[in-house]
Design a protein around this ligand. Structure first.
Ligand code: NAP
Length: 238
């Protein structure tokens, strides 16, 4: 059954223990959603829940390593067992592992490890949860991508990361294509350059700002877009 308009929506955020994902958890919980904060490390997840709880914000954490199919399966079982459905999936977990050597010299393992988290993780989570969203006739998926994955902005210096986000954007399109006419919306978001462990301290944007478009796409109403790529709530080129 899809959630009724007044029913609390259930949302899973991968990589919710820090950075943009943590802020997305905070903003969505403040909007009254039931937030499941996915964290690769169980203790980091608990400490993130405690930090939010000190601000009066209640979320639940589940151990979730997006590179481990068994971890995804156990999150799926826990969510199906406890709630019977997932309404919103935020594929936020990501890594930037590129070395200065660039595409022609970098160790091939960098490409594999980057794809494992940035592409196969979201692919696995979509396959775990989107069929049920389609069956219930409601769902929102936000793939947290990057302008570095836009075709015109690909660069040899961030090749593994950029290509992983390019393919992630492709995933947005193909999953959106599978949802037919039901109210399931699948979009990519670029948060901009954000001050996190990945973005570094010189980035101009706060995590609050970086989370905004992701939260907007997660809470779109039924007239909202699907199969698009957005920054600052505006469509941007693939
Ligand atoms: N910051 C930017 O400027 C920027 C710009 C464009 C796009 N993005 C995208 O925004 C998203 C969030 O980035 P961020 O800046 O918040 O990065 P961050 O501070 O480095 O946080 C990354 C998060 O992903 C998690 N993660 C990494 N590998 C994982 C795995 N195998 N399973 C589950 N979680 C895993 C990390 O968990 P651990 O704590 O366990 O490592 C952490 O929670 C990423 O997809 C990134 O590509 C960021």
């Amino acid at each position: 059954m899809a959630p009724s308009p007044n029913q609390e929506k259930i949302v899973l955020v991968s990589g919710g223990n820090r950075g943009i994902g943590f802020e997305v958890c905070r903003q969505l919980a403040k909007e009254g959603l039931h937030v499941i904060l996915g964290s690769r490390d169980r203790d980091k997840g608990r400490s993130a829940v405690d930090r939010l709880s000190k601000d009066g914000i209640k979320v639940r954490s589940l151990q979730l390593d997006v590179a481990d199919p068994r971890s995804i399966q156990s999150v799926k079982s826990a969510i199906e067992g406890d709630y019977g459905r997932l309404d919103i999936l935020i594929n936020n977990a990501g890594v930037y592992l590129d070395e200065v050597a660039g595409i022609l010299k970098m160790d091939e393992r960098v490409f594999r490890e980057t794809m494992e988290v940035n592409f196969y993780g979201p692919l696995r989570l979509c396959r775990a949860f989107v069929p049920r969203m389609i069956a219930q006739g409601y769902g929102r998926v936000v793939n947290v991508s990057s302008g570095l994955g836009a075709m015109d902005d690909l660069s040899g210096r961030s090749a593994a990361y950029g290509l992983s986000k390019l393919v992630l954007n492709g995933l947005t399109r193909v999953v959106a294509d599978q949802t037919g006419r039901v109210d399931v919306k699948v979009n990519s978001a670029c948060p901009g350059w954000v001050r996190t462990e990945m973005g570094g301290s010189s980035a101009p944007r706060s995590p609050e700002k970086g989370a905004e478009t992701i939260v907007w796409l997660a809470t779109l109403d039924k007239d909202g877009p699907t199969g698009g790529f957005f920054r600052d709530r505006k469509s941007i080129p693939w």
